[in-house]
Design a protein around this ligand. Structure first.
Ligand code: MG
Length: 173
């Protein structure tokens, strides 16, 4: 069974994942409205992935006989100055999420909770990817600047992103 401390920390993380989902949904809606359908698509896929992260944590808490407690989701920003600005905010946010995951792992170590340590490893790797992707897009957008054709091509590239369920959700099917 989960310790109360671990259960509380996991419930806080479930809320953080839903907040991430809400943030990226807000970005998707903003860029849909701004005429960047590809960028909107990329953030809409990100929105689904963050809901998946929350689901993985909820499934895990349930599987350890813990109680999932859903709490209110704080408000998110609703507009961004540019695509680069949105990806800078994305990177900033993903760095915060990485530190939250690292903190969960520290708690799992302190509680000698080996199952939670094992579950968290997927998220540790996932965060490396999340930060790298945002950083790569910021680099590309810096080169593009406010070049219309560059932004058009960037939008086209992001339109190609397709949603796939993450491994922890498909492993037990
Ligand atoms: Mg996440």
């Amino acid at each position: 069974m989960l310790s109360k401390r671990m259960e509380e920390a996991l419930n806080a993380q479930i809320n953080a994942e839903f907040w991430s989902a809400y943030l990226y949904l807000s970005m998707a809606m903003h860029f849909e409205n701004a005429g960047y359908k590809g960028v909107a698509n990329w953030f809409a896929v990100q929105f689904k992935e963050e809901q998946d992260h929350a689901t993985i944590f909820m499934n895990y808490v349930n599987s350890r006989d813990g109680k999932v407690t859903l709490r209110p989701i704080d408000a998110v920003d609703t507009s961004w100055n540019s695509i680069q600005h949105a990806f800078e905010k994305t990177l900033e946010h993903e760095k915060v999420v990485s530190s939250l995951i690292n903190n969960l792992y520290t708690i799992a170590l302190e509680e000698k909770d080996y199952a939670s340590q094992s579950m968290l490893k997927w998220f540790i790797d996932e965060q490396v990817e999340e930060e790298e992707t945002a950083r790569d897009y910021i680099d590309a957008l810096k080169k593009i600047g406010d070049h219309g054709y560059g932004l058009y091509m960037f939008d086209k590239e992001l339109a190609a992103r397709v949603y796939t369920a993450p491994a922890p959700l498909t492993a037990n099917e």
